[in-house]
Write a protein that binds this ligand. Structure first.
Ligand code: PAF
Length: 262
């Protein structure tokens, strides 16, 4: 039976090895992170907290799906030992010491979403401080977030291993995301253009594929160097194509390591 932890006092009485931080609205993608966590330990904590600090758009925050009952069942089915559902006051008890995301935090997602990564790093650091895991698992779908969390852990000397989990896709290629439920049938079909574009081998061909879908509005498309998160050069060891945009006002992002299968 998965334990539900609702306060930091209850949390303090428990010990967990692996943390899987989430904002709820769990799906098979989150379940894959929990299953990966279970391969490392049987003391796996899933946190569910919709972090207002990382939503620059209040409408996006208001529309973020809230499905706690279903989340608890999905977390349990995937093997979570406990689910921590803190209150706002648990996470932000007083004045908020924001963690800045630096120059890379202002690029791509950060350029479109002012303060987003500072909000992410601030909550992740607070969750780390509260839960003190040995390992924390994040999905590669939010690749810039993963990069910045790894950077924060290194800079602040946080003794936590950050594990990257692969993107889980629907059978037709759409990257799983809590936001997908906001797409209607036509929007869901249009959203497939992103994973289709990612199958191409050049940025020009990716642009060409994206341009065929009138319902998709591109925010950015870039091939970045995974070590620096800056545009890739000939010398880049690992290159990754990153795409973000909107379908019917729903923000979608996806990425693929160049040369790897989708
Ligand atoms: O990726 C997410 O779901 C969130 O950004 C995270 C890491 C749980 C922080 O709120």
């Amino acid at each position: 039976m998965t334990l539900l932890i609702k306060s930091i006092d209850d949390l303090a009485r428990q010990k967990f090895d692996v943390l899987v931080p989430t904002m709820g609205a769990l799906h098979a993608g989150h379940q894959s992170l929990i299953k990966l966590a279970r391969q490392r330990s049987d003391r796996v904590l899933v946190s569910i907290f919709i972090n207002p600090l990382q939503f620059e758009n209040k409408d996006d925050l208001a529309k973020y799906p809230k499905t706690l009952e279903a989340d608890l069942k999905l977390a349990e089915a995937a093997g979570a030992t406990a689910v921590f559902v803190p209150s706002y006051e648990d996470i932000y008890p007083g004045e908020i010491n924001r963690i800045e995301a630096g120059e890379i935090g202002d690029l791509y997602e950060g350029a479109s979403r002012d303060g987003h990564f500072s909000g992410v790093l601030t909550v992740v650091k607070r969750l780390f401080d509260l839960t003190k895991p040995k390992i924390a698992i994040f999905c590669e779908k939010d690749f810039q977030q993963l990069f910045l969390i790894k950077q924060m852990v290194k800079e602040l000397n946080i003794p936590i291993e950050i594990v990257a989990a692969p993107i889980i896709r629907e059978i037709d290629g759409l990257a799983m995301s809590s936001r997908n439920v906001r797409l209607d049938i036509a929007g869901r079909k249009s959203a497939l253009i992103i994973s289709q574009a990612l199958k191409e081998n050049t940025i020009e061909d990716m642009h060409a594929v994206l341009a065929t879908e009138p319902a998709f509005t591109l925010d950015y498309l870039e091939i970045i160097d995974e070590d620096t998160f800056l545009p890739a050069s000939e010398n880049s060891k690992n290159k990754r194509a990153i795409i973000a945009g909107w379908v019917n006002g729903v923000r979608l992002l996806d990425n693929r390591r160049m040369g790897a299968a989708l």
